[in-house]
Each structure stands twice: as structure tokens, then as C-alpha cells.
Write a protein that binds this ligand. Structure first.
Ligand SMILES: NC(=O)c1ccc[n+]([C@@H]2O[C@H](COP(=O)([O-])OP(=O)(O)OC[C@H]3O[C@@H](n4cnc5c(N)ncnc54)[C@H](OP(=O)(O)O)[C@@H]3O)[C@@H](O)[C@H]2O)c1
Length: 203
């Protein structure tokens, strides 16, 4: 797949690295192509850097991994994006987009793209290396668009997660952000450290 990465920091960088290694083409979309966080990502195969508009134009899938308030300045100038799948990996933990509870809600309202919330529920270290005891940890997603969910699930598996469970439709997006806060609570507030992860078991 051709994937634009908007936000090339911790989360965008980790997923760009995994997906490039899996054979996807990565278009880093940055504000300043000379000076951006994650310049080392250009050493990965199938990876190039562009303006945000150029990266999005070349991709069918867009990963959004930015501070939530920045979203309006990024997608508003680009038109309706009706032929794109957008994966929202953000968490409105401290800040949210103006007038919206989450970036997912902003994107559904302000674009015609197929939107899914995914890759927000664990730390970026787990995205860079999702293997514990020889097995992949799990990822989770939510949203109304089944096509976007199928793509997110495939990209989770391509990135080394064992499965990507469906939390439900748009009414579960904020629950998924609360789930992310649960990981943050255990890892940081409760002091367990960032090398912890969620895995669903069943019988
Ligand atoms: N850190 C985690 O473990 C983790 C896990 C799950 C979800 N998340 C969520 O993922 C998002 C990103 O977190 P992160 O830790 O990856 O942040 P980060 O390392 O600080 O990276 C943020 C990225 O966003 C870019 N950015 C900021 N403002 C922008 C703008 N106005 N236009 C375009 N790009 C802009 C930055 O580019 P410049 O350097 O050029 O400013 C940088 O590449 C947040 O919403 C966070 O809640 C984080």
C-alpha cells in the first residue's frame, strides 16, 4: 500500500518503520522537508519525504499521528479526501481538536474520507516492537467504516500485532481513547513502565 504518515514522531516513526519493512511505500508528510522529527526514517526502504499535501496525494491510506489540535490546519486545505482511508492514531488526552471530542470526530465531520481509530491504545515502543515472549500483542480499532477497518487490521498484522480487535462503531471511539488512558495509567501513573501491553485471551 501507499501510506502517508502525517506526524513523523514517536508513533508515526514506529509505524512507518514497521510498514516499510513489510514492503509498503511510505510517504512522510512534514511541515518542513529539510528539518523534521524522524529524519532517520529516510534510511528505511520504500520511504520518501514530501510536503503534507504531496504525501497525501500519493497515498491511498493516511496515518494521522499528531497533536490533536493540529488536525484542522492539516486537512482543511486539502479538500474532501473522499477517496482516502484515514487512520487516526491520536489521543485527545490533554488537548482535543477545537469543537470536537476527538480527531476521529473531526475527520468524519470535515472530510468525506473513510476513517478508523486505531494504533492509539499502546505505547509507541510497542508499535516498534510488538513481540512479547515470541508472540505479537493485540491492537484494537473502532469506527463506522468497514473498509477502513479492514485496512487497519491488515496494517496491524503487517506491523507485527497478532490481531486487531473491533471495539465497535463510532460510539466506541472515545472508549478506545479511554482504553489508551488505561495503558497510560498502568505504564506511567502506576509506575509499571512502558514495556507492558494488552492481549485478549479467550476460552
Ligand atoms: N507516544 C505514544 O506512545 C503514543 C501512543 C499512542 C498514541 N499517541 C498519540 O499519537 C499522537 C502523536 O504522539 P507522538 O508521541 O508520536 O508525538 P511526537 O513524537 O511529539 O510527534 C508529533 C508529530 O506531529 C507533528 N506535528 C505537530 N504539529 C503539527 C502540525 N501543525 N502539522 C503537521 N505536523 C505536526 C510533529 O512534527 P514537527 O516535529 O515538525 O513539529 C511530529 O512529527 C498524539 O496524539 C498522541 O496522543 C501517542
Amino acid at each position: 500500500m501507499n501510506i502517508a504518515i502525517i506526524g513523523t514522531g514517536n508513533v508515526g516513526g514506529a509505524l512507518a518503520t514497521r510498514w516499510a519493512a513489510a514492503g509498503h511505500h511510505i510517504y512522510l508528510g512534514v511541515q518542513d522537508i529539510q528539518q523534521f522529527k524522524g529524519k532517520d526514517l529516510l534510511q528505511n526502504k520504500h520511504t520518501s519525504v514530501h510536503t503534507i499535501a504531496e504525501a497525501i496525494a500519493q497515498a491511498e491510506v493516511i496515518l494521522v499521528a499528531i497533536p490533536p489540535p493540529a488536525i484542522s490546519g492539516i486537512v482543511a486545505p486539502l479538500g474532501n479526501l473522499h477517496d482516502k482511508i484515514i487512520i487516526d492514531a491520536t489521543n485527545s488526552v490533554r488537548t482535543s481538536p477545537e469543537n470536537y471530542p476527538t480527531v476521529y470526530h473531526y475527520l468524519c465531520d470535515q472530510t468525506k474520507a473513510s476513517v478508523v481509530k486505531c494504533f492509539n491504545t499502546t505505547g509507541f515502543e510497542n508499535m516498534l516492537n510488538p513481540i512479547y515472549d515470541g508472540k505479537g500483542i493485540d491492537m484494537f480499532m473502532a469506527g463506522d467504516d468497514e473498509t477502513a477497518k479492514a485496512v487497519a487490521k491488515q496494517l496491524a498484522i503487517d506491523g507485527g500485532f497478532e490481531n486487531c480487535y473491533d471495539f465497535g462503531k463510532a460510539d466506541k471511539v472515545q472508549l478506545l481513547e479511554q482504553f489508551a488512558l488505561s495503558w497510560i495509567n498502568l505504564a506511567i501513573m502506576q509506575g509499571m513502565g512502558r514495556n507492558i501491553a494488552f492481549k485478549l485471551i479467550s476460552r
